[in-house]
Design a protein around this ligand. Sequence first.
Ligand code: ATP
Ligand code: MG
Length: 406
Amino acid sequence: MKELSQYKKYKRIAVMGGSFNPIHNGHLVAAEAVRQEMDIERVIFIPAGSSPHKESDPMYNEHRYLMTVLATVTNPDFEVSRTEIDRMGKSYTIDTIRELRHKCSKDCEIYFITGADAIAEILTWKDPEELLSMCKFVAVTRPGYDKTKLKATIDTLNTKYKGNIEFLEIPALSISSTDIRNRVTAGKTIKYLVPESVENYILKFGLYGAGLSLSGTEYINKKLYSVLTPKRFRHTQGVAKEAVRLAERYGADTDKAYLAGLLHDCAKCYTDEEKLAMCRQYNVPLDDVLYAQPDLAHSFLGAALAKAVYGVKDEDIINAIAYHTTGRENMSLLEKIIYIADYIEPNREPFKGLEEIRELAYKDIDKAVEYSLKNTIDHNVNKKRMIHPLSITALEYYREGNNEKR
Ligand code: ATP
Ligand code: MG
């Protein structure tokens, strides 16, 4: 939780406690409804530490916390506290409220938000009566839990246990973290059930068995979506489709072309520092040119990631990814297809010579390769970038080969 002084200014605070394993739109809707209805200045999401009520895997603590941050970051009235996550041993709500009470001004009203299911269990929490006396509660409706029963529970707690619990009807979202986890494990979509950032996070870290039951390309596409910018993702789709068309034209394996096209830029959107660090991690050798221009290493790093992360075993695909930027002499048909598809895919911003290469690509792929290499080298020389020796030997190789044909 924040420094003392920062809480002193608030008169009305709400705590949204939960496992948030993961946080979902049901939690967010509940918090936002309470914020507005109860005129709350600040909602503090407090992911539970090792919960006394549920088995929680400590490995997931950090993930649950970070997903809660991602989900709430766009709401200026929401914040996330690590107080329970960082607490050693079992974590109890009463300790959290005590801590918060201490930090807030005397006249600050603290509300604790609970769903219908949680309030029904409150007597099983630690020191329930003291807890009920320390803060107000808002019990919100939740699909699957009877409203009349909820009201009756609130009445009992208020009269018998001197609770201060208010009832609030909120928009019904039939979502639970359990259901989200099960859907992820089963490969079902969770789009629109959790914020997009949370969906991407789950996929990126393979939480709850994400990806295990998806088909190969579905998994790859989802994972790529989480590591590429939208523009780069679109480009990737364009290259994969163009590669298939070229494979059909030249009699290459279309499945391999599609996969290599999808993955060719899988390392492109990491920062230079990340690229260098990952090259070390995945044993990608860096020569002087790559070291000086880490972006150029994305193709070699991409090949390593295709193998290690995306499970590609085919050497031809790996090489097509590795050499899609520099090219090299004597490329395989698939390598040439990816090299050219990257150059001519339909989403490419138009540039000088693009239309000629598009035409040439379907007439004579070797000539298209020569032309593209020449264009790329000229372009990079103009930009005062270092040219990788592989591109220079490749250009010589294809120039000679094509001259012999001419
Ligand atoms: P799990 O399925 O793992 O129990 P959950 O979806 O119930 O997860 P929790 O983290 O246990 O989520 O819930 C935190 C708080 O949010 C609880 O008070 C719970 O009642 C409330 N809550 C969760 N989902 C909803 C929902 N869809 N509508 C209203 N309240 C909800
Ligand atoms: Mg629950």
